[in-house]
Design a protein around this ligand. Structure first.
Ligand code: ADP
Length: 614
């Protein structure tokens, strides 16, 4: 028999805990790896895009800056020129070498034009009053001037650059074509959404891929990207919603020598596309893995637990159906293995018990049959014996009667005494044989009770007459009462009733030495009662049951004192039961006894009334 020891249970629980911990650990590691991979991809992608943006921003800044430096170099050259009668021509000549210089003007301190050259409609010399223009006043005061970006009537961007003309205390000014800005912006395209634009420190957009934005005088004043650009040195990266409402990652860089900034931006959706895909892939992979783990677990449980429990259930059903020979194979000795083992042990024990029970039942049936047969044989024997004994006893009875009657033989006193004793004993023997005969008849079911109408008063009167001699012998008071509520005539077997009454009264007189014996017939609802009471020796309570058994007496020694066989009460009880009634005893040792026989009341009055009217 297999028992689950505490040690085994502990091992199993530990193993389960280890498996669980491993599974959780495995999932956590996978999660961490996935997170790591995602962060790595995200960072790489960010670095990549920042690198590209930085490159473009710096290139753009350099291009613009180069352009301005070239122009500054031109101004230096003009400043260094000697006074010459061909000064103006020389200036025009040099200016023509610079494709971005659209107009140049050299003035003395009084704003008199010393040289002038223009590739299109002049702007500088057309100023209403040169002397009040900012660029002239700055240069004349000895400062360099870089004007704001402006747009020509043809929407071409330009700026005015001026420098003091040292020789005269006047100014050299040039109008620079800033189409380069648009070219720079147009040249910066990266990815699908990556682009650049330029804005000045006031937020005014100077160049944009979409020129209409420039045309509309769009401003990014107050926006986060501009604030960051203004407040930080060098290149600056961040994620924000740009002025067009797009979610972007962007960079800003100041163009050296100007108050302008180049902004490069790419939409986040594109920038982080790979990270997004990776996230979807890793998330999907994890979910897939999770589902696989669950499926695997279910399969595993199915194999490890459910199918085995199903087998146990099937076996339990077989047991319920009565097949106790069933045994379930044990695959492994875990909890279910232990349960299966206990189940097998239980069915084995049940099977054995069942076998034992069947065996015992068979034996009991055999014993019962034997007992019944024995009882039948006993009754048969008693019946036969009684019949056989009665014949010679009747002969003895007859002959002793003749002898005592003085017929045929003269007996002297001594011989007469002997014959009288023979007669008495043969009478007792006849009584005994009759008792045997009654008992055997009742037991073998051959005692047929016949209901006839009788008068209860007459019946008890008959008993009184028969037994009052005993009362007289012992000088006992003998009273008989009949309940007036009893019907005058009842139905019943008067022979059997007499056997009951005479037996009980006989015992009462036998076991009473002084006092009285009473016989009462009473009505008790639908029943009637024969109550025999005495003031005799009484019966101890332990004997109340067994005195109704055959050949049982309260005390064997009393047999010698009172005589008797121990059959009377057995016959009484069997007859009472045969009549559908009960017998009850109330008695204490030394306090007298009362036997109460209760029988169903069957009135014969209606029948007799019918008879009487005839
Ligand atoms: P018997 O009287 O022939 O011995 P019974 O079956 O009639 O056999 O009675 C069985 C025993 O019950 C008696 O031997 C006696 O011990 C006890 N018994 C029966 N009736 C009385 C009684 N009225 N008073 C005292 N004992 C009694």
């Amino acid at each position: 028999m297999t028992q689950s020891s505490p040690a085994t249970k502990k091992t199993l629980s530990l193993r389960r805990a280890v498996i669980l911990a491993q599974a959780i650990g495995f999932l956590v590691i996978l999660l961490v790896i996935s997170l790591g991979v995602y962060v790595f991809i995200f960072n790489s992608e960010q670095t990549l895009w920042q690198g590209r943006q930085s490159d473009f921003a710096q290139t753009a800044a350099r291009l613009v800056n180069d352009n301005l430096r070239q122009s500054a170099a031109f101004l230096d050259i003009i400043n260094d020129l000697d006074d010459d009668e061909h000064f103006s021509d020389i200036v025009s000549n040099i200016a023509s070498k610079y494709p971005t210089i659209q107009e140049v003007i050299v003035l003395d301190a009084d704003a008199n034009i010393l040289a002038i050259s223009s590739t299109d409609t002049p702007v500088l010399s057309n100023l209403f009053t040169i002397q009040q223009s900012n660029w002239f006043l700055s240069a004349k005061a000895g400062d360099s001037y870089l004007g704001n970006l402006q747009f020509s009537a043809q929407n071409k961007p330009y700026i005015i650059l001026a420098r003091p003309f040292e020789r005269t205390g006047g100014a050299i000014a040039i109008r620079l074509d800033m189409e380069i800005l648009n070219e720079v912006v147009r040249g910066i395209r990266f990815g699908d959404t990556g682009n650049a634009y330029l804005a000045d420190s006031d937020g005014q957009i100077l160049a944009h891929n979409d020129f209409s934005i420039v045309e509309r005088n769009t401003s990014i004043a107050g926006r986060l990207e501009l604030e960051q650009a203004l407040n930080q040195e060098g290149i600056n990266f961040s994620a924000y919603f740009n002025f067009l409402g797009q979610e972007v990652i962007g960079s800003s860089l100041k163009i050296e020598g100007t108050t302008w900034f180049v902004f490069t931006e790419v939409e986040q959706e594109e920038a982080y596309a790979t990270s997004g895909n990776a996230l979807v892939f890793l998330g999907g992979g994890l979910i897939l893995l999770f589902v696989m783990v669950i499926l695997f677990t279910i399969g595993f449980l199915q194999r490890l637990v459910f199918s085995r429990i199903e087998k146990l259930q099937t076996a339990a059903n077989q047991v319920t159906a009565g097949d106790l020979s069933v045994q379930v194979p044990i695959k492994r000795m875990d909890e279910i293995g232990l349960l299966t083992s206990a189940f097998n042990t239980m069915t084995t024990a049940l099977n054995k018990n069942n076998e034992d029970l069947r065996h015992a039942r068979d034996e009991a049936i055999d014993a019962k049959e034997i007992a019944q047969e024995n009882n039948r044989l006993k009754s048969e024997f008693l019946s036969t014996m009684s019949h056989e004994l009665r014949t010679p006893l009747n002969a003895i009875e007859g002959f002793t009667g003749i002898m005592l009657g003085g017929m045929g033989i003269e007996l002297d006193m001594k011989a007469r005494g002997m014959v009288e004793r023979i007669s008495t004993n043969s009478k007792r023997l006849v009584d005994l044989v009759n008792d045997f005969l009654d008992l055997s008849r009742i037991e073998s079911g051959r005692m047929d009770l016949v209901d006839v109408p009788f008068s209860p008063s007459d019946l008890v009167e008959k008993w009184r007459r028969q037994l009052s001699v005993l009362a007289d012998q012992k000088d006992l008071l003998f009273t008989v009462t009949v309940d007036p509520s009893l019907p005058a005539r009842l139905l019943g077997d008067d022979d059997a009733l007499s056997k009951i009454g005479q037996n009980l009264l006989g015992n009462a007189f036998k076991f009473t030495e002084q006092g009285r014996v009473t016989l009462d017939l009473k009505r008790d609802g639908d029943n009637w009662q024969i109550i025999v009471s005495d003031t005799g020796i009484g019966i101890p309570s332990h004997a109340h049951d067994y005195i109704f058994d055959e050949f049982r007496q309260v005390d064997g020694s009393s047999t010698r004192k009172y005589g008797g066989t121990g059959l009377g009460l057995a016959i009484v009880q069997k007859l009472v039961r045969l009549m559908g009634g009960t017998i009850r005893l109330e008695s204490e040792l030394g306090e007298g006894s009362t036997f109460i026989v209760t029988l169903p009341l069957k009135s014969a009055e209606t029948q007799t009334a019918g008879v009487l009217t005839l």
